[in-house]
Design a protein around this ligand. Structure first.
Ligand SMILES: Cc1cc2nc3c(=O)[nH]c(=O)nc-3n(C[C@H](O)[C@H](O)[C@H](O)COP(=O)(O)OP(=O)(O)OC[C@H]3O[C@@H](n4cnc5c(N)ncnc54)[C@H](O)[C@@H]3O)c2cc1C
Ligand code: FES
Length: 273
């Protein structure tokens, strides 16, 4: 039969979980097992409406269902947010490069996430937790605008019970008495962590402004360019390196990324736009 890289496979929308007022997690059951490496992305479509790229937020070890955590941003995401479950959507992929997990073995892994940027990082975290003995430390610094904007609230409660996991969270602002963790920008959490700079990597995902200042802060602390990993987003169309929409410097986000090291992007004047 004719094979096309643009062809989607049907996936039933099994469940929709409200995360915040504008973020939902969609649990999809593809008609056949779906495999991806953590950090890779998929193109998710509503038939007759359109498609957009998203990074699965579930564990890559789960192949029967796939979670995608989506912030309402425009047309397609708005229509996705109106779905209740039971509908058939399309997925194609996975595309791009995932996180190079084996390079993290034996290291202190510092994850820095903001807002819905926690989506790929949740998939990464679940991957690290599944083999936690292979890492020296796993540290998660997560920031959101307010306590209401924290995603995966119930899962955080579970993660906080895992002794190998160090979790620090911040909110930008909050009325007194409603948050007993850090108040401030997520980068201020980095002042509270002491890492072994000779043996650490950091993985960053969040809104562009947070990626920019998060990377700067990591560099100030002493992280090397090649030990900072960034999950990039950008305008995409084909998702397979053909149309050029996602070009950033010499790289295509869809084909060469979405995971890049800071080293790969440092020559681009402002990669975080
Ligand atoms: C590799 C990759 C992975 C991604 N992973 C995720 C993920 O896991 N979760 C996630 O939530 N997102 C993710 N994204 C972003 C996601 O793809 C976009 O949010 C999505 O494509 C938006 O599609 P849309 O049709 O809803 O928005 P569009 O309609 O295309 O709108 C896009 C932009 O235009 C603005 N806009 C839309 N309508 C209006 C209007 N009327 N007036 C003014 N401005 C407007 C929106 O604010 C938005 O910024 C990822 C992107 C990439 C490239
Ligand atoms: S989206 Fe077409 S080249 Fe990357």
């Amino acid at each position: 039969m004719f094979w096309s890289p643009y062809k989607s496979i049907p996936a039933k929308l099994e469940k929709v979980i409200d995360e915040t007022s504008n973020i939902k997690t969609f649990v999809l059951r593809p008609e056949s097992k779906f495999r991806f490496a953590t950090g890779q992305f998929i193109e998710l479509s509503i038939p007759g409406v359109g498609e957009a790229p998203f990074t699965p937020s579930s564990s890559p070890y789960e192949t029967d269902t796939i979670d995608v955590t989506i912030m309402k941003a425009g047309n397609l995401t708005g229509q996705l947010h109106a779905l209740k479950g039971g509908e058939t959507l399309g997925i194609r992929g996975p595309y791009g490069t995932g996180y190079p997990i084996e390079k993290f073995y034996g290291k202190e892994v510092l994850i820095l996430g903001g807002g819905v940027g926690m989506a790929p990082l949740r998939s990464l975290l679940l991957t690290l937790i599944a083999q936690k003995e292979k890492f020296k430390r796993i540290i998660l610094c997560y920031g959101s605008k307010s306590p209401e904007d924290v995603v995966y609230k119930h899962q955080f409660t579970e993660w906080q019970k895992i002794k190998e996991l160090e979790i620090m969270r911040s909110v930008d602002k909050c009325p007194i008495g409603q948050w007993d963790e850090t108040v401030g920008l997520v980068t201020c959490l980095l002042d509270q962590v002491k890492v072994d700079l000779k043996n650490t990597v950091s993985i960053v995902c969040g809104p562009p402004i947070m990626m920019k200042f998060g990377s700067r802060k990591l560099l100030d602390i002493g992280y090397t360019h090649s030990n900072i990993y960034l999950s990039m987003e950008g305008n995409m169309s084909c998702g397979i390196g053909k149309c050029g929409h996602c070009q950033i410097g010499h790289n295509f986000i869809c084909k060469d990324g979405p995971v890049f090291t800071y080293e790969q992007l440092k020559h681009i004047p402002d990669p975080f736009i």
